[in-house]
Design a protein. Structure first.
Length: 294
C-alpha cells in the first residue's frame, strides 16, 4: 500500500503518538496487516495513525494497544505519571545517556535482588536475535561441544500452553503468548542450572521476560543484515510473519531497527553475516571462550 506524504503542519502529539505506535509494532515483529487483523482497525487507519495524521478515538487506541500487548498508557507515552515517585524517578532519568541509564537499571536490579553476577549467570547461555540468525543450529552445536542440554524455548512455550504457537497466536492472542513465554522461561531457569537456550526473536519485546533472562543467563545476540535474515528464512521455507507482504524487506528492517537497542543489551554480540556455518560457529565459540573461559 502506497502511503501519502505526511503534511508539514502535523500536530506534535499525534506525530509522537504515531512514532510510538510504529515503534511498538516493530518491537512486536508485527506487520501493519497483522496488526490490522488483530486489532480490527483498518490498515489505512493504522497508516494514518503512524504518520501522525490520524485523529484516532480512545476506543481505537485501546484496540491498537491491546493488539500490541501494551498498555494504553505506554502507547500514549504517559506510563510514568501514575504516582509522585514515578514522576520524581522519571525526572532523575530524563536526558541521561544510554550508559548512565544502563547503570541505573543495573543498580535497581541489584537493589531489588533480581540481578546475578556474570559468574552465577554463566551456566545458562541464551541466544537471542531474529529468525535466521542461527540460534537453533549454532545453539545445538554449542550445547553438543559443551555437553549441556539444549533448550528450544518455543517448544517449552508449547508445552506450557498445551497447544502450538500458531494456535496461541491465532486463538488466544499476544497477551496470552507473553504469559506463556514468561512462564516457560521461569520453568527453564528453575529446571536447568546449565543449558544453551535458543529464544524466540520477540522475547526482547516483553520487559518482564527480558529482564529475567538478563538476570539469570549469559546472553548472546546473533545478528545479521536484513538481507541475510531474509535469505535464511526463505531457505527454511518459511516467510512468517512476512508471508504475502510486498513490503517484507521494509518490514524486516523496521523490526530490526525497533529491537536493536534491546538486543544490544546482551553480554556478547556475534555478527553472522556473510559467514559460513563453520565460520559463524567459530566466532561464537571464540566469544564464549574469551568471555566465560569455557
Amino acid at each position: 500500500m502506497t502511503l501519502p506524504s505526511p503534511p508539514d503542519d502535523r500536530d506534535p502529539f499525534l506525530v509522537s503518538l504515531g512514532e510510538r505506535a510504529r515503534s511498538l509494532r516493530a518491537r512486536r515483529g508485527m506487520t501493519r496487516r497483522v496488526l490490522s487483523e488483530a486489532s480490527g482497525v483498518s490498515e489505512r487507519h493504522l497508516a494514518n495513525l503512524e504518520l501522525g495524521v490520524g485523529n484516532a478515538s480512545v476506543l481505537v487506541l485501546r484496540q491498537v494497544a491491546q493488539a500490541l500487548g501494551a498498555s494504553l498508557a505506554e502507547l500514549i507515552g504517559d506510563e510514568t505519571a501514575s504516582s509522585p515517585e514515578w514522576i520524581l524517578i522519571r525526572e532523575l532519568l530524563r536526558g541521561r545517556a544510554e550508559d548512565e541509564l544502563r547503570g541505573a537499571r543495573l543498580a535497581l536490579a541489584d537493589h531489588f535482588g533480581v540481578r546475578s553476577e556474570l559468574q552465577s549467570r554463566s551456566g545458562r547461555i541464551a541466544l537471542i536475535g531474529l529468525r535466521g540468525a542461527g540460534k537453533s543450529t549454532l545453539g545445538r552445536m554449542l550445547a553438543d561441544e559443551l555437553r549441556l542440554p539444549f533448550v528450544e524455548l518455543n517448544r517449552e512455550i508449547e508445552q506450557v500452553a498445551g497447544c502450538s504457537l500458531d494456535e496461541i497466536h491465532n486463538l488466544l492472542g499476544p497477551a496470552a503468548y507473553r504469559r506463556y513465554e514468561l512462564r516457560a522461561l521461569e520453568e527453564t531457569i528453575q529446571r536447568y542450572p546449565e543449558a544453551v537456550i535458543a529464544t524466540p526473536g520477540g522475547i526482547v519485546s516483553d520487559a518482564a521476560s527480558y529482564n529475567m533472562m538478563l538476570s539469570h543467563c549469559f546472553t548472546v545476540w546473533l545478528k545479521a543484515t536484513p538481507e541475510e535474515h531474509m535469505r535464511r528464512v526463505v531457505a527454511q521455507g518459511d516467510l512468517r510473519p512476512m508471508s504475502g507482504n510486498r513490503e517484507a524487506m521494509e518490514d524486516l528492517r523496521r523490526i530490526i531497527e525497533g529491537r536493536a537497542a534491546f538486543y544490544g543489551r546482551a553480554d556478547l554480540q556475534i555478527d553472522t553475516s556473510h559467514r559460513s556455518l563453520a565460520e559463524a560457529y567459530a566466532a561464537l565459540r571464540t566469544g564464549i571462550t574469551e568471555t566465560l573461559g569455557r
